[in-house]
Ligand binder design. Structure first.
Ligand code: AHR
Length: 626
């Protein structure tokens, strides 16, 4: 293998490897968003979903018209003679950690002369109290009350219980429980272990809020960013597009509180050093239902949402939306520079709509890059139609999606080698190799699926002049509440596990480089000969030469690796090796480290080394250049 290290073939975009976030599989509510109470403001279709009440002679009533017009339901409790309990089950239980502190807050109002005693309790799985605190007396108007509770135990499936004693009538709303230890300690914050896994990827961008969720199950239930900013209690709760009632993965309790909304997405991207990449509804609902489509003459509010979003992200405090951003805590702009119009739409209707967005956005904000979608498939009539028509527009990137077999990923490692360089750039916006079904949630994230993605990604990297962004999808999934698999990271209420696919993404992203250089075997680019796939890059900032090699075969291979350079390569090079002899191996919550990178080294003499590339392996060789 010969690497021509001194000649840059293509520049690598700093945002080449990113992440795709969608609130699917309990990724936001019940996942990344650290709120522990399900249906905190009684706005689910069934207002008491997630809640249980118990207590003879007491009366619990659901009312409309509390403090908040957007989420107007609240409950009143008229106490009977005995104690009354109101319990929340959380999202498949409430994860609590021993000695960690949790903050309960609620809106409360006293509706009687008598003042009941209200105790807040954390319960373990056997309903034993593991922390409790008494709430202050309620006043006669709505106020927020809070207490902090230190958990006496670690439990995966705890509960929150409010115990009412004495007599009287109270009103309750927005009952919320957060760990104090969120990401960066923020109130209304995010689950720390999950954000850490995302930050460790060092992603170049965060795509949000999806996926099909952008479209919604119908247009009334589409994702509208304006409904997701401002005070969290003012964000109107909506049914999640992935709420499923009847199949074996039923999640009828899947709703969006938007506590994790557009401000928090921008903040998350900024925190982890990534570009924000919002995708907006283009006036079309989700393909999986009979798609509802807005008439082109009625598209203005949708286009205005895009215009206003740019103002929200970048406008100064003389602007309406810039003022809101500043009020929420971020006076500086978020420096948004790209947005997507539509998710997986296609056909003439979609192109017409895209053009109407483009006509406004390219004039008002010429520096904002626009992303159009190639539809749901990686080829075929619809795909060709999209490409043909997009070439006549000023679109900057085309978002291609491929959920295919591992074999497809191996065969398509050269997909972009002969793509037209004169058209828009590529955003490989959603991809994953779908291996065989297995019984456990994590079982589709096989080592083989990850290995074939690594092979395919040599082709993305080699074509970095064209492919400028890419993201595996979906990102997050709760092991007890998923609708789609494979996914990059699995979690329960306490822990999370990085799949083999995660490690592949991380090894690419952490060793991204700045320039592609050639790597050849017998004078030819490695795109599958002898089941070998490879690419080489230089990092001019870190003075490194990085070679990525995939051996997708069941036999070890020995090669000499020669670096053709006028520079000096340090003798000791690091090798990060991801390998398993068993291609069906997975990482699971019970066994999270079955497939993790190992750090090895190789010695180079006169810029040359003999190297073993083990069967079923992905190696990243990092050489220091002087
Ligand atoms: O990633 C899961 C879904 O796959 C996305 O919501 C959609 O864009 C695609 O069909």
């Amino acid at each position: 293998l010969i690497v021509s290290a001194d000649k840059s073939i293509a520049k690598i975009s700093p945002s080449m490897w990113g992440i795709f976030f969608e609130d699917i599989n309990f990724a936001a509510d019940g996942g990344l968003y650290a709120e522990l109470i399900k249906n905190r403001s009684f706005e689910f279709t069934n207002p008491l979903m997630g809640w249980k009440s118990q207590g003879k002679g007491s009366l619990l009533v659901i009312n409309q018209g509390a403090v908040n017009p957007k989420n107007s339901r609240y409950v009143t409790i008229e106490l009977g003679p005995g104690p009354f309990y109101l319990t929340n089950e959380g999202f498949r239980g409430i994860g609590l950690k021993e000695n960690e502190t949790y903050k309960l807050s609620l809106s409360g109002k006293l509706l009687s002369a008598a003042q009941p005693k209200i105790t807040v309790q954390l319960l373990d799985t056997a309903n034993k109290v593991i922390a409790e605190q008494q709430l202050a007396n309620f006043k006669n108007d709505w106020n927020t009350y809070s207490v902090e509770l230190k958990s006496g135990k670690t439990v995966e499936k705890g509960k929150l219980r409010l115990l009412f004693q004495g007599s009287g009538t109270v009103g309750l709303d927005m009952i919320s429980l957060f760990p104090l230890d969120t990401w960066k300690g923020r109130p209304n914050g995010l689950r720390k272990d999950l954000v850490q896994k995302l930050a460790d990827l060092k992603p170049g961008f965060v795509r949000f809020p999806g996926g099909c969720i952008v479209e919604g199950r119908d247009l009334a239930n589409r994702y509208q960013w304006k409904e997701t900013v401002g005070d969290p209690s003012d964000r109107k709760v909506m049914i999640n597009r992935w709420n499923t009632e009847f199949d074996y993965r039923a999640t009828p309790d899947y709703f969006q509180t938007f506590g994790l909304g557009f401000y928090e997405y921008f903040q998350l991207a900024e925190d982890i050093g990534a570009k924000a990449l919002p995708i907006l509804n283009c006036g079309m609902a989700c393909q999986f239902n009979t798609a509802e489509v807005v008439a082109n003459t009625e598209l203005d509010p949708y286009i205005q949402d895009a215009v206003d979003l740019i103002e929200f992200a970048n406008g100064d405090t003389t602007t309406k939306w810039g003022t809101l951003r500043a009020k929420m805590g971020h006076p500086k702009p978020f420096n948004l520079d790209r947005i997507g119009i539509g998710n997986e739409q296609w056909g003439a209707q979609y192109i017409e709509k895209y053009k109407l967005f483009e006509a406004v956005l390219k004039i008002k904000y010429p520096d904002i890059k626009l992303i159009g979608a190639a539809g749901p498939s990686a080829g075929g009539e619809l795909f060709d139609f999209a490409w043909k028509n997009f070439k006549l527009t000023e679109v900057d990137y085309i978002d291609e999606h491929y959920y295919m077999s591992p074999g497809w990923f191996l065969k398509n490692a050269g997909r972009y080698d002969n793509y037209d360089r004169k058209g828009p750039k590529i955003f490989a916006g959603e991809f994953a190799a779908h291996d065989r079904e297995g019984k456990t949630p994590e079982s589709r994230n096989t080592w083989f699926s990850a290995l074939t993605e690594a092979a395919f990604m040599t082709g993305l990297e080699r074509n970095a002049d064209l492919v400028q962004m890419s993201s595996y999808a979906p990102l997050l999934a709760h092991v007890e509440a998923w609708q789609w698999r494979p996914d990059l990271i699995w979690f329960d209420n306490l822990n999370s596990v990085a799949t083999p696919n995660y490690w592949v993404q991380k090894m690419y992203s952490n060793f991204k480089g700045t320039d592609v250089v050639a790597i050849l075997k017998d004078g030819k680019t490695l795109i599958g000969q002898d089941s070998l796939y490879a690419n080489a890059v230089v990092d001019s900032g870190k003075n490194q030469l990085i070679v990525k090699i995939v051996n997708a075969s069941g036999a070890d291979r020995d090669y000499s690796l020669v670096v053709d350079t006028k520079k000096h390569i340090e003798k000791m090079a690091k090798v990060y090796l991801l390998q398993s002899d068993v291609i069906s191996s997975i990482n699971s919550l019970q066994n999270p480290n079955a497939i993790v990178p190992r750090e090895l080294s190789v010695v180079l003499k006169n810029n040359k080394t003999e190297i073993k590339i083990p069967k079923y392996s992905f190696s990243v060789i990092v050489m220091d250049v002087k």
